[in-house]
Design a protein around this ligand. Structure first.
Ligand code: COI
Length: 362
């Protein structure tokens, strides 16, 4: 039933009702695991019952955060078919993240197969309700018990699955974001372009401050001049000003979002002008005041397309489009979600059917 050795979970759980799903709180019955040892390479890919990891307290990932991850989703379409959204792009990005953290490369084809095999085993966990999905979280951690600061000589690659609903409690409703230059997410040459655990650790403190002020997320500005928009940490950012869509360029400090690149491709198909250029917070505030900035949204795997209804900056709050969803934002949401659930044309073949034999494992 799978190309990898499989140990079935003797105590499978009942998946929770789709309508109760939040983000990342529930996990399925199995996980994919593979080890690495210096001189041996990656070995023993396998699927096991979901289990806790036992780590020596000296394990270097616990001290120096040599860890990367990625995140993608499997969707159950109205036709009952399960589709993975651009798993090849996620496998490629995982390897780019590994390279930045001196983690030995994984075979991208094997990574993609690990997603398929695990989702296949746990396919009864792919929820049905529109807006829900099975989130796939591949992770690589350094496992050598060693306190010197150098790359580990052993690693663990694992994949876990979580049935999810909307990432933000707002769902598709507009979120409030706070632009800040006080805290920096990343600088060019740093870790910002890689999906490392450390980037998210760095985002916790500013995010807590933003929450206290009533914002959902932080919009980071560049680390040098504290003026140019970077990203939101859980999503890339896009703005419609006049007839143009503007998004910050991937300058080495921003994560290359797969939803970001998908949206840019769709906008191109629709004949909408897209400009990847640095855009300052002053320009954004001036465009809101002039009424030329009509839509602002974030893109991300977890966040999908998330309209921004309010922007905070320097004690002021700017309401965008009366706090509602823009026409283009809604069109993008519908197009991406349509491809993911198999209800809209997918000329580029982004949504890859799982194509596993039925019936599903009960
Ligand atoms: C994602 O969109 O997959 C993310 O990684 C954002 C967050 C959940 C870490």
């Amino acid at each position: 039933m799978t190309e990898f050795p499989l140990t079935l979970n003797p105590e499978p759980k009942a998946p929770p009702p789709d309508a109760s799903l939040k983000f990342g709180t529930v996990f399925t019955d199995h996980m994919f695991v593979m080890n690495y040892a210096a001189g041996r390479g990656w070995f023993d890919p396998r699927i096991e019952p979901y289990h806790a990891l036992a780590l020596d307290p000296a394990t270097c990932v616990l001290h120096y955060a040599q860890a990367v991850f990625d995140g993608l989703k499997a969707f159950r379409g109205a036709d009952g078919k399960i589709r993975l959204f651009r798993p090849d792009r996620h496998a490629a990005r995982l390897n780019r993240s590994c390279a930045r953290l001196c983690i030995p490369a994984l075979d991208p084809a094997l990574v993609e197969r690990s997603f398929r095999a695990l989702v296949g085993v746990d396919q009864r966990w792919v929820p049905k309700l529109p807006g829900t999905a099975l989130y796939i979280r591949p992770t690589v951690i350094a496992t050598e018990p060693f306190l010197g600061v150098r790359p580990s000589e052993s690693y663990l690659y694992y994949v876990i699955l979580s049935p999810v609903g909307a990432y933000y409690p707002e769902g598709i409703n507009p979120v409030k974001i706070l632009a800040t230059g006080e805290h920096v997410r990343a600088l060019p040459g740093g870790l910002g372009a890689a999906k490392t655990a450390a980037n998210y650790a760095a985002s916790l403190y500013p995010a807590e401050e933003a929450h206290r002020l009533g914002f959902t997320q932080v919009l980071y500005l560049d680390g040098a001049e504290h003026r140019f928009l970077e990203e939101v940490g859980t999503m890339n950012i896009m703005l419609k000003i006049g007839e143009e869509v503007i998004t910050p360029p991937l300058g080495g400090s921003i994560l290359a979002g797969i939803t970001r690149e998908s949206v840019l491709a769709l906008l191109g198909d629709w004949g909408i002008k897209v400009v990847e250029r640095p855009i300052s917070i002053e320009e954004v505030v001036a465009a809101i005041a002039a009424g030329t900035l009509t839509e602002m949204w974030g893109t991300g795997t977890a966040a999908v397309i998330s309209p921004v209804g309010e922007l905070g900056y320097k004690e002021k709050r700017y309401v965008i489009r009366n706090g509602g969803i823009g026409t283009l934002t809604q069109r993008l949401y519908d197009a991406i979600v349509g491809i993911q659930y198999g209800t809209a044309p997918d000329p580029r073949g982004w949504a890859k059917p799982l194509a596993l034999p039925e019936p599903a494992l009960a």
